[in-house]
Design a protein around this ligand. Sequence first.
Ligand code: OSB
Ligand code: MG
Length: 376
Amino acid sequence: MKIEAVTLREIHMPLVHFFETSFGRTYSRRILLVTVHCEGVEGWGECVVGEDPFYSSEWIETAWPTLTHYLIPALLGKRIDSGRDVPAQFAKVRAHPMAKAALENALWEAEAIGKNQPLWKLLGGARREIPCGVSIGIQDSVEQLLDKIQTELAAGYRRIKVKVKPGWDVNVLERIRSRWADVTLSCDANSAYTLDQVEHLRKFDQFNLLMIEQPLWNDDIYYHARLQKALRTSICLDESIVNARSASFALDIAACRIINVKVGRVGGFTEALSIHDICHSHRVPVWCGGMLETGVGRAHNIALSSLPGFSLPGDVSASKRYWKEDIIEPEVEVSGQGMIAISDQAGTGYRVKPDLIEKLTVRKQTLRSGVASKSA
Ligand code: OSB
Ligand code: MG
């Protein structure tokens, strides 16, 4: 595939309901989309950076120039046959995994369309439907949280994950467990605790949680191993697993028993597949995390979740939980049994809605091979 042009766009989309984690509340998303144009085939990718450098150091205003100055020029005009060949082209650029992933994943999608194959098959997937969980943010009151859990359980979701932070944790988990003794429940701290709080974190053990996600520092693995020894509850690492090497290290020192794979956080499908393979060979379950994606990123998460090691419900849920109208059709739908069916069509099986995307676009730039960059 010759990469003739790449288009970047920023679109603005309000969330149906605010989303709050231990690092803050989001009402509306600034979404960065990339389109690769390869000899009549188009592939789309979503850059899952946030509006602020809070989940990770990358954010929308670092991703855009990293793409236009370095990553897109590294591909323009080249022939690249496979998404797998993209990481080598980016090797000189340190970090910026989400910017890299957006472009790499768009090329995997173009490759799948070019080969007339479903993306999930190209990635090596096997599942024909995937189990879904939901991630529910911190609310204004515990009652509001309980109402939301009720709604999601009624919709069929198979795992409830709640965000926790000091002051919104043991008290909240107690209320959830007293109403639903048996639901599959986990929590995500997004690095809100330190090792001084081990005694406090041990109180989580009484709630029979499937896992506690990233309790300690975002860049830490070593102290999570110490904490895992002190807890009965399984630790799941999210933020601190940035590549296959950190996943191997975490498993070697028993820092966690579960890994959350986010394709943006690890720099693209190629690295995500390596992490999957390492975990699968260690019999460590993985699941697919979410970053409040639109349908473009969501469709990629669905394809990735079809791999055999993705044995736990992911944070991949229906479009309508996030958006009044998603930018793909059909929208992502979840069955009453909490499953998403995987399409047999070439590519992701979802189509972008160009008119809606155009309407939501606030900035756009196309870079063409052999032509100086131009804003429009
Ligand atoms: O830690 O998994 C996280 C959203 C933004 C940043 C970090 C996280 C999340 C979520 C949301 O938990 C998952 C979703 O997309 O539903
Ligand atoms: Mg997380």
